[in-house]
Design a protein around this ligand. Sequence first.
Ligand code: FAD
Length: 429
Amino acid sequence: MAKYSYDHDKARLSMQKYSLFSLACKTLNNHQGWRQAWRTLPLKNEYEILIIGAGGHGLATAYYLAKYHGITDVAVIEKGWLGGGNIARNTVTIRSNYMRDESIPFYVKSLELYEQLSQELNYNLMYSKRGMIDVIQTYPKLREIKRRMLSMHLHGSTYKSLDIEELRRQIPPLTGGGPDSRLPIISSMLHTDAAVCRHDAVAWGYARAADDYGVEIHQNTAVQRLLKGADGSIEGVITNRGKIRAKKIALAVSGHTTTLTDTVGLQLPLRTFNLTAFVSEPVKPLLDVIVNCPDLGVYLNQSDKGEIVIGGASDVGQSFRRDIKQDVFEDSVRATLELFPSFKRLKLLRQWGGALDIAPDATPIISKTKIPGLFVSAGWWGGFKAIPAGGLTFAHLIANNENHLLNEPFTLDRFDHLNFILESGTTAH
Ligand SMILES: Cc1cc2nc3c(=O)[nH]c(=O)nc-3n(C[C@H](O)[C@H](O)[C@H](O)COP(=O)(O)OP(=O)(O)OC[C@H]3O[C@@H](n4cnc5c(N)ncnc54)[C@H](O)[C@@H]3O)c2cc1C
């Protein structure tokens, strides 16, 4: 694992500290004098590094580039508003229950970084380590999940079997799935390290800390195409606000990766799908763990406000839509009611979706590309949990032109040599 012996904290622009004391002082002062969380600066026509996409991965990368590599001539370019993409559309689940030797250490590291991220960024991310329970209803899934447990134990990730009595004790509203039901519950597994965390706060926290190091964030700036120089290496981008030059460009645009790489004739093994979620009206606390029902393709948790947050499987057809398709929605509701019949009385408040890209093996790509100077962080299906480790390793790769030990298996080379890291059982896909 790479160890960073330096920290560029001295270069910081003296970020306003959030604390009980500063809150009390500003309250007495009628909340006058709060500084903007990040600056709005004029757009330059050249930077050392351009990061496209101010989602979790783009902003975390900018932060770690500044913090660990001292590189601050960096602009993060965002076509909409900061944190308006999938970072604010996910169901906030953070977990490391993966199957393969290459994946588990990466996600274990990400969870470790998440645990102390509120302190590190001086931003309350409302991190809550509440555990996740997998409810198992078929024998193939039970076999797969027991195998996953053994792999996870090798890498220090936590998975333990729960009997059905204990499962029902831990999840009181889980009254369906009895012995006479269509798919009776046969077992369950508890992943104690799993947590939830306020998703848009992760974007805001990283943005504020990156800005403090001098990184520029430019919203409402859409990259229309990438530009290659005469020598074939990356040269810059064309945006709706003009041309910007940079010798290194990092793509962190989630489902839109191929839209941009197509503009320089680079084909990547990614397809974009729509993934959706919805929430109920707030109700009194009744669920203090994350519940995952892989056989029915639905998962849920209760938010701090009391809403039941429900996510389902993806739409099977490729698309860039950001709403929910009726049949996907109905499937998710039907699956939820099969296990939680009392939820039929809940009123649903909101639904939404996001465009996510996925590689054939359902493992992310953090890699150089065939175009010198162009880097890509993509294939983030369940990429919220991966933001700290994704940003840390992507920054390392961009700064050093060398992989971090943790992202070494995630490069594009694996597709040339068919070294797939098959994780499809651990995503909804
Ligand atoms: C419904 C749903 C539920 C999910 N649940 C979970 C979960 O529980 N746990 C989990 O780990 N993951 C989950 N995910 C996945 C997770 O949200 C994503 O994998 C992760 O957020 C992707 O990384 P990001 O935050 O950098 O992406 P984004 O926030 O999407 O950032 C990419 C940014 O790039 C910008 N962009 C795109 N094209 C351009 C362009 N041409 N020019 C400039 N900017 C551009 C976009 O506007 C966007 O802001 C879920 C996703 C969805 C949709």
